[in-house]
Write a protein that binds this ligand. Structure first.
Ligand code: GLU
Length: 356
């Protein structure tokens, strides 16, 4: 397979568009719709920012607001205009698109996640293009994705995407000499990078982070300039932007969800023996290996497992709440059996453990 063979062979594609790229170029939705309409054997999902930037202008704010309520107001005023632009662009090319607004809570809950997956799949099956954005008007800091690069990295495994294209206003990831890096491997060091732009909230650092997360889910990623790297060239696998190859040992969707979508609610402090056993044998975590607990979590929450030196060993779903873990920690299963009766004394089962 040629260098970017996986890119040209991909048929399920997520395209993320940043606020700055959209703001700089009103014709961008039209060009995207044109290329998408020409690739009828592909299925596309767009994750588009831009609501806050458009809305801020409409509401007369002179820059991207900082207060939550004004961000939410801007998103409300901008999202409808954003969608109208896509709607018109797609209609002009005989395509249908549909708005999908998501909050982090929608993806952190298994049944809501399945609902979102079903809706996206049905839209794609019908040949329509879902246009996703964060539901900023109801999202608060605590539940927000962070930025749409992260949202795109979570949507990619949700629709089993083989390719994620992050379109931005720079040519890709630049090396120390300011040259575009054609490829960025999983273990390549990331050069010192620029921060976020004035209109979006991501920046290259967030794109590389999102690209690596999507790559762990088995998607190839291209980070490229919306203005200078035509989407058709990206899809053909041409040498534009920065290519982040899919991981060869991709995680299953559920493992990926535990590793990158769920937010840990606490930590389990492991003793040396447990840290070594979990690392090496990928065995379940039992109460005997737990030296302490942090945070206030309940059954089913995500927790990080920390070695005595504070390093993260793994993360996983806990089968006990924080107070119960505190009560049973350091006890062996026979002891617990005697005191509390017959039961499977596992805190984090190996099937629910991930090594991110
Ligand atoms: N959801 C935000 C918007 O539509 C953008 C978030 C981001 O900048 O990534 O304006």
């Amino acid at each position: 397979m040629s260098e970017r063979g996986a890119v040209s062979q991909a048929r399920r594609v997520v395209i993320k568009i940043g606020s700055s790229a959209l703001r700089a170029d009103v014709a961008l939705p039209g060009r995207l719709a044109e290329v998408i309409s020409e690739h009828s054997s592909h299925r596309f999902v767009i994750v588009s920012s831009g609501a806050i930037a458009i809305g801020a202008e409409r509401l007369g704010y002179d820059q991207r607001p900082k207060e939550m309520s004004r961000l939410q107001a801007a998103a409300a005023a901008g999202q409808s205009v954003l969608m109208r632009r896509y709607d018109e662009a797609f209609q002009n090319h005989g395509c249908v698109c549909g708005q999908v607004l998501l909050t982090h809570a929608d993806l952190a809950d298994r049944s809501r996640l399945n609902n979102a997956r079903g809706a996206l799949a049905s839209l794609m099956e019908a040949g329509a293009v879902p246009i996703a954005n964060e539901n900023d008007t109801v999202a608060t800091e605590e539940i927000a994705f962070g930025d749409n690069d992260q949202l795109a990295a979570m949507v990619a495994p949700l629709v089993s995407a083989e390719l994620l294209v992050l379109l931005t206003d720079v040519d890709g990831v630049m090396n120390e000499g300011g040259q575009r890096m054609s490829e960025l491997g999983a273990s390549d060091a990331v050069p010192v990078l620029s921060g976020g732009s004035a209109h979006g909230s991501g920046g290259i650092r967030s794109k590389v982070d999102a690209a690596r997360k999507a790559a762990r889910a088995g998607a190839s990623v291209v980070i490229a300039s919306a203005a200078r790297a035509p989407l058709s060239e990206v899809l053909s696998g041409n040498d534009v932007g920065t290519y982040v190859p899919a991981a060869t040992d991709a995680m299953r969707a559920r493992q990926h969800w535990i590793a990158y979508t769920l937010r840990p609610r606490g930590a389990l402090l492991l003793d040396d023996g447990a840290a070594t056993a979990v690392r090496a044998g990928r065995s379940s975590l039992l109460p005997i290996g737990i030296a302490g607990v942090r945070g206030d979590f309940v059954v089913g929450d995500s927790v990080v497992l920390l070695a005595p030196d504070g390093q993260e060993v793994a993360r996983g779903l806990t089968r006990m709440g924080a107070s119960e873990v505190a009560r049973v920690a350091k006890n062996d299963s026979d002891n617990l059996q005697l005191r509390y009766g017959e039961r499977d004394w596992v805190v984090v089962h190996r099937d629910d453990l991930v090594f991110a």
